[in-house]
Design a protein around this ligand. Structure first.
Ligand code: 13P
Length: 253
């Protein structure tokens, strides 16, 4: 079975102490994961070492960065390089979240550079794609996400592409409480899989995990994750509440 993943994206929330307590509360729940299931915590940079040591003993749990620089190193004040993440043992990084694209002008080609650097340092990119409400209303969402994949990922050879995790996050569903219906999620995930299949073949298409993100909650996760092509979720708000995120983890296939 494909990997099924519950990924928490804390974004710019929680103090260090609150974050530490949240992780402890989650681990106290004694969650047992099947071998194909994984839980990833994307935490703010200053908490990565703490999160990494908290998850260390927990098999199938990992800490992730929420972003990285597209530059290798040098005079880029305030940036965090992939090499730095690698040097503290981080194995996952969210790339191309819509908030980065929107507020920090990250383009598909900048994201391609980030993906390349991550793979060079054996860090798995959790690559985000997804359309705005205006694009959805114009019916052009399929072409839009296809272009995001093509311009940021499809230069990769098969060996590298195999390492990617994709997260489909329709912007209109992020933080709005307005979740995509299971029909909309399944349709887009199947589309993404066919786009990958057309470029890399069907084996790759059926191998790559595609997570859904956008108002995933404790009470809708099971239904969303039950879709054939939805392999778990990338969760914002509900990942900040231990009991909610535990429920979401337990909703994995
Ligand atoms: P919400 O779950 O708060 O809608 O956020 C989704 C998201 O952006 C995860 O990356």
């Amino acid at each position: 079975m494909r990997h099924q993943i519950a990924a928490a994206n804390w974004k710019m929330n929680l103090t260090f102490q609150q974050g530490e307590k949240l992780l402890n509360d989650i681990f106290e729940a004694d969650i047992s994961l099947a071998p194909h299931q994984k839980v990833i915590f994307a935490v703010p940079f200053p908490y990565l070492i703490m999160a990494k040591s908290e998850v260390e003993e927990e098999k199938s749990f990992a800490a992730a960065a929420q972003n990285c620089s597209n530059k290798k190193s040098g005079a880029y004040t305030g940036e965090v390089s992939v090499e730095m993440l690698h040097s503290i043992g981080i194995n996952y990084c969210i790339i191309g979240h819509s908030e980065r694209r929107e507020y920090f002008n990250e383009t598909n080609s900048i994201l391609a550079e980030k993906v390349n650097l991550c793979l060079q340092y054996n860090i798995i990119p959790v690559f985000c794609c997804g359309e705005s409400l205006a694009i959805r209303e114009s019916g052009k969402q399929n072409e839009f996400v296809q272009l995001q994949l093509r311009e940021s990922l499809f230069h990769l050879d098969s060996e590298k592409m195999k390492k990617i995790i994709i997260a489909y996050e329709p912007i209109w569903a992020i933080g709005t409480g307005k979740t995509a219906t299971t029909g909309q999620a399944q349709e887009m995930h199947a589309h993404l899989r066919s786009v990958i299949g057309n470029h890399y073949g069907s084996e790759m298409a059926s191998f790559i995990p595609i997570l859904y993100g956008g108002s995933v909650k404790a009470n809708n996760a099971k239904e969303l994750f039950s879709c054939a092509d939805v392999d778990g979720g990338l969760v914002g708000g509900a990942s900040l509440v231990a009991s909610d995120f535990i429920e979401i983890i337990r909703s994995l296939k």
